[in-house]
Write a protein that binds this ligand. Sequence first.
Ligand code: WT7
Length: 635
Amino acid sequence: MAEQGFTPPTSEWYHPSADMVEGANVPDYEAVYNLALQDPEAFWANRAETLEWYKRWDRVLDDSRKPFYKWFVGGKTNMALNALDRHVTTWRRNKLAIIWEGEDGEKVTLSYWRLWQEVNKFANVLRGMGVAKGDRVTIYMGRVPEIAIAMLACAKIGAPHSVVYGGFSEQALASRIEDAQSKVLIACDGAWLRGKIVPLKDMVDEAVQRSPVVETVIVVKRTGHDIHMEPGRDFWYHDLMALPIAKTEAETEVMDAEDPLFILYTSGTTGKPKGVLHTHGGYQVHPPPTLAWVFDLKEEDRWWCAADPGWITGHSYIVYAPLILGATSIIYEGAPTYPNPDRWWRIVADYGVTILYTAPTAIRGLMRFGEAWPNRHDLSSLRLLGSVGEPINPEAWRWYHRVIGKEACPIIDTWWQTETGGFMITPLPSVGLKPGSATRPFPGIQVDIVDDDGNPVATNEDGNLVIKSPWPSMIRTVYGDDDRFISQYWEKYKNQGWYLAGDTARRDEDGYLWVIGRNDDVLKVSGYRLGTAEVESGLVSHSAVAESAVIGIPDELRGNAIHAYCILVAGLEGSDALEAELKAHVRHEVGPIAVPAQIEFVENLPKTRSGKIMRRVLKAQALGQPLGDLSTLED
Ligand code: WT7
C-alpha cells in the first residue's frame, strides 16, 4: 500500500544554469539516453572499456538462464584492481582517497598509495589466517577508515564480504553470520555515537555465542574501553598488522567477472533477511558512471556521501565507485547533530566539500534547528546536492536547495535499491528538476509503471515500478536461495521478464517519475529499510507477547514511524512499564533502528481467512481512513 495522501506537485520547475549544463560531464541527457536505448549492451560495454580487465569478456550479456543474467562473461578482473592497483602506478598515488573525521575531532587522511598499502597488509593478514577465495567474511564495525580497508582487502583476496550495519544488534548480526556461514568476523571494540560508546564487541560476543560458526574475530581498537578478548578466537587488528606477514604488497586474486564480490543483507517481506549478491564484473561497471555523470564528479571534487558503509549507499558511493574513479571520498563518524547541529556544515567548510549526498530524513532533522546553524559556515564550495533512501518531501527539498545550496546547486534525487547496486532513476545535472521527483531513468535503464497485469498505467495514476531490461550491477541472486530470488523479484511479471521493484510510482504529464513508497511489507524508517516481520519477530521473542503486527505511520521527521500492535499471552495485561520493556527488548534483539515509536496492546488482529494479518486495515484504522474492501477479513 502506498503512502496515503501524497500528492506530488507537478508544475514547480527548477532549471539548471547554463554553466552547469555546459560544464557537465554529460551535457545532453536525452541524447545519451536515446543512444544507450538503441544498444544497451554496447552502451555498458563502452563503460566496461574504461576499466582494467586481466582478460577481456567474450560476451557482454548472457541471458540464456533468465532471470540469472550474467554480465561480461569470460572476463577476468578484480574490484581491487580497478579501485586501487591501477591508481598507484599513476600520479593518483599521491591523491587523497579517503578523508576521515572522528566524532572526537580526530582526523585521518589516506592517499591512494597509503590506502593500497594498508589494504595489501590486511589482505596478507587475512590470507595468513587462512581466509581463501570464496570464504565469506562478516564485517561489523563503526564508521572508521578500517571498514573500507577491510572491504577492499576481502575484495582483493576474493573473499566475499558481508557488512552488517553497526546499528543492528546481536540477533540480527547472528542470523546474518549464520546465513553467510562466516568463519571470520571483523569488528570494532566500540563506536562513538553522540558522545557515547556503542559496545559493538559485547554484541559480537553474544552473536558469536548464538552462531558458533565464527572461529576468528579481528578487533579494531576505536573506543579503547574494556572489552572481553577470547583467547585463541579474538585478535587485535593492530597486533596482526604489525606481524611480519603484513607485508605492503599483496597479489590481487584474479576473479571471474561473475564471482561474488559481496553479500549485503536487506529486509524483505519475511523475517529472514535476504542476502543480496553482487559480483566483481558487473558491479564495477555500473556505479562509477552513475557517480561521474549524475554528480558530475571531476578530478578536483571532494565528494561526501554521508551514509554508512554498512548500507548499499556506502558500499557503492562511499567506497567502490569513488575509488574506481580516483576520487576523494569523505567519511565521518558520529551523528549530524553532535556536538552541535552544525557538525555537517562545519565539515563542508573545513574540507571544502563540493558534493554532498544524504537522505531526506537527515535534511528534515537538520532543518528543525533553523538556518542560523548552516549560515554560520561558508558553504560556497558546494556544487551539487543529493538525496536518497525515500521520497524527499518538497518542503525539505526547497530548504536544502535554498539554505544549503544557496539556489545554485541542483538537488539530485536518486532512486535505487540494494538490489540494483547503483542509481536507476535520477536526474543528470543538465536536466530540469521538480521537487520530489527522481525525474528520469539513467541511460541504459528501462523502467515502466504498470498495473497488476502488466499494462502501463495512465498518466498520474499509481502503479508498480518495474525494470524492463537487465543492467550490470543487478542482484544476481538471494544468497543460498534462488527460489526466493525468483519469487520476490521475477514471479509477478514472469511472462514479461520484468524486475519488480516493490515500489508504487507514477509518471506525470512531462514523463517525470514520482516514487511514492513501498507497496510490500517493507518499511522505510529514517531511510532505513526494515521488514515488518523483523520487528514482529523481535516482539514475539519476548515471553509476554503472543502475536504482533507492525505498520508504518507517516511521520514528519522519519518518513515513517513504527507502530506495533501486540496480543499478550493469556493472563497478562498491557502497561506503560511493559511497553518500555518491549521497546528495550526490540532494541536489544534487532537494533535501535527497529524500536517501535508506539506499542498498542490489543485483543485481536484483523486477519484474512487464511490467517494473514491485514496490515492495510490496521493502517487505515490508525489514520482514520476508510477501511476499504473487507471481504477477505475473517471476523
Ligand atoms: C528502497 C530501497 C539505494 C540506497 C538506499 C536505499 C526507497 C530509495 C529513493 C528515492 C523514493 C526511494 C524505495 C526503494 N528509495 N531511494 N530517491 N525516492 N524512494 O536502499 O535500503 O535497498 O531501499 O528505498 O522504496 O525501493 P534500500
